[in-house]
Design a protein around this ligand. Sequence first.
Ligand code: ZN
Length: 81
Amino acid sequence: MNCIHCENPNPERWFYCRSCGNKASEALYTTNLFMMSESGKRSDVEFSVKNMDEHIATVKKEKSERQNKIWKERIKQARIN
Ligand SMILES: [Zn+2]
């Protein structure tokens, strides 16, 4: 990513350009500001909690689907025998 002011290459993604001293990237600046703000922290927590709930739901669903499959196989076997 190059500096938006002087086009100086900024591979280490420095917050400020090492060549001209200006903010190297508008987007980087906004993201960093958001992460530092309280609302940024709070939505971060909510996001991870929601992800955990979804993760548990997915694991439960997969488990019950696997058990259903096992039972279907057993019933099929019992009918054959
Ligand atoms: Zn620059």
